[in-house]
Ligand binder design. Structure first.
Ligand code: GLN
Length: 196
């Protein structure tokens, strides 16, 4: 199978690694620049994007990742991972940076605090039936989708919570914790297509 990196600086990278290994991927936990060169795709987990930003720069993986994303590396970001993939952060504080790649504007913590977490059944047309059970935990919202990206799913009120652009996928929520692995399969499809 393909070699898939999971950015392992911070956050729920172990859950993603378990899901991807179960789907037949070889896993590399990415913490160093050399590991960025060794992967066919990358998952950026949920966690805290401000911390991921600082650690990725301190560990020297931010620039290599930007370069590989620009070259077309398939990447799936969940929650904080979606934030890291956004070209533009609404109200970025303290110079927070992202890797970018997705032509979107995201706003952090758009659904309130930890104790306002919720689950919802989400229609995701590219994944078919049944709807995806999605867990929102201090997640971001996609405030606007630029011409190069496209929405994959929205809440009933129209707020966009999943997007893709070529090899890049981002979701505001966490499919890795509720046992629905279709987003990971969809992502692995992009990884396999690129190395075939
Ligand atoms: N609120 C976090 C952030 O802004 C994301 C939360 C999550 O990944 N579950 O980075």
């Amino acid at each position: 199978g393909p070699t898939v990196g999971v950015l392992a600086l911070q956050g729920d990278f172990r859950e993603h690694a378990r899901v991807l290994a179960g789907l037949g991927a070889r896993i590399v936990l990415v913490r160093r620049p050399e590991e960025v060169d060794a992967i066919d795709g990358l998952v950026i987990p949920g966690g805290e994007s401000t911390v991921m930003d600082k650690l990725s720069r301190a560990f020297g993986v931010a620039d290599p990742l930007r370069r590989r994303i620009a070259e077309g590396l398939p990447v799936y970001g969940t929650c904080a991972g979606l934030i890291m993939l956004a070209d533009t952060l609404h109200d970025a504080i303290d110079g927070q940076q992202t890797f970018g790649g997705l032509d979107i504007v995201v706003r952090r913590n758009a659904f309130g605090s930890q104790n306002q977490s919720f689950e919802v059944d989400l229609d995701v047309p590219v994944l078919g039936e049944p709807p995806v059970r999605a867990a929102f935990i201090r997640g971001p919202v996609v405030e606007s989708v630029g011409p190069r990206a496209r929405p994959l799913a929205a809440l009933a009120d129209g707020r966009v919570v999943a997007v893709e652009q070529d090899g890049l996928i981002g979701t505001s929520f966490h499919p890795e914790i509720l046992g629905d692995h279709r987003f990971h399969e969809y992502f692995l499809g992009k990884v396999r297509a690129r190395i075939a």
